[in-house]
Design a protein around this ligand. Structure first.
Ligand code: PEP
Ligand code: MN
Length: 348
């Protein structure tokens, strides 16, 4: 897809009123940093009774904002009816939300409604951390002749996001990019963060991971926004955030940089080899434990012992400068492999 890099999409979470859309659009257009104005017209909400979007009534507000500011406009579609209602307003870009992307029935319906379109259609990652599901959503669009497909990484729910609203799980987005390298992939730091505080860091991280752009929620008066109030930025704050970002080059020919990089990479490769060697040795010891447990008729799992290892390791977190979350994931992987090895020798 022939889009500018970095591609910046900004605008309110939801279209609330004509005044709110026009005022936000004017503020954003004045920054000169926005490629598309976004606003949700139909809002998928977990609980009924929350603001569920202004619906079709909001579409002319967006088209008026485009007339007034010259900014191309974008909204979210979740079913065939949404797609059809946008036709008279000739949206410049559409995106499919995280809840819709997780549902193959909805994806199929939307893909058929979009059949043959040349507009950019962006697909958010499904709420759950399943790269196959994300790929499936893209494949359904492609099978219906949608030519310009992009990806939006907005984080995943239910993975211990810590201080963030949705865990970024960067490796899943990078795996998606590895599988579909030709697609434009942007990051949505607003839905990853859920608050304003971390937006700058997450946006910079996306830039450093070679994302093609960002989708950032911005509202003329964020504190009174009808949805996602805590994560939206005023157009001025949006401007400052984007201004501060560094879109660094992918490579440098500087000789000193190349030499330093090579040295550090050698260190990493050699440390990785050592880590793997140690893990192999550790698993052999696990296997020996399995053998003596078998010979003494003792079961594989002693919960207290495992809790002890976990606790001891997690207390090392700050001394080692390794996050508790990382240590947890690492120990879990070691534990699974260890149980698997003991299981095998038990059966011998
Ligand atoms: C949105 O972009 O406003 C939205 C609803 O996001 P998501 O689908 O990522 O939850
Ligand atoms: Mn939102």
């Amino acid at each position: 897809m022939d889009l500018k890099k970095p591609l910046i999409i900004a605008g309110p979470c939801s279209a609330e009123s004509e005044e709110q859309i026009l005022s936000t659009a004017q503020g954003l257009a004045a920054t000169g940093k926005v490629d598309y104005l976004r606003a949700g017209v139909w809002k998928p909400r977990t609980k009924p009774g929350c603001f569920e979007g202004a619906g079709v009534e909001a579409l002319p507000w967006l088209s008026k904002a485009r007339e007034l500011t010259g900014l191309p406009i974008a909204t979210e579609v979740a079913n065939a009816k949404h797609v059809e209602s946008t036709v008279p307003y000739d949206m410049d870009l559409l995106w499919i939300g995280a809840r819709t992307a997780a549902n193959p029935f909805s994806m199929q319906e939307v893909a058929e409604a979009l059949r043959g379109t040349e507009k950019p259609i962006f697909v958010k990652n499904p709420v759950n951390g399943d790269v196959d599901l994300w790929c499936g959503a893209v494949e359904r669009l492609a099978a219906c002749g949608v030519k310009n497909i992009g990806l939006i990484h907005r984080g995943f729910s239910g993975f211990g996001a810590g201080k963030l609203r949705n865990a970024p799980m960067w490796h899943l987005a990078l795996e998606m990019r590895r599988r579909m390298p030709e697609l434009t992939m942007i990051c949505d730091p607003s839905h990853i963060c859920g608050c304003r505080q971390y937006l700058g860091d997450i946006s910079q991280q996306a830039a450093d991971l070679n994302y093609d752009g960002l989708m950032i929620e911005s509202h003329c008066n964020p504190d009174v926004a009808w949805s996602d109030a805590k994560q939206q930025l005023t157009p001025d704050a949006f401007n400052a955030l984007v201004e501060a970002l560094k879109w660094r080059a992918g490579e440098s020919n500087s000789e000193s940089y190349q030499t330093a990089l090579m040295g550090l990479r050698e260190q990493i490769d050699s440390l990785d080899r050592e880590i793997l060697q140690l893990l192999a040795e550790r698993m052999n010891v696990s296997e020996n434990i399995g053998l003596i447990k078998r010979d003494n008729d003792v079961r594989i799992l002693q919960e207290a012992r495992w809790e002890d290892i976990m606790e001891r390791t997690l207390t090392l977190s700050s001394t080692l400068g390794l996050s508790e979350q990382f240590l947890h994931t690492l120990l879990d992987a070691i534990h699974i492999e260890s149980i698997d090895r003991q299981n095998k020798v038990m059966k011998k």
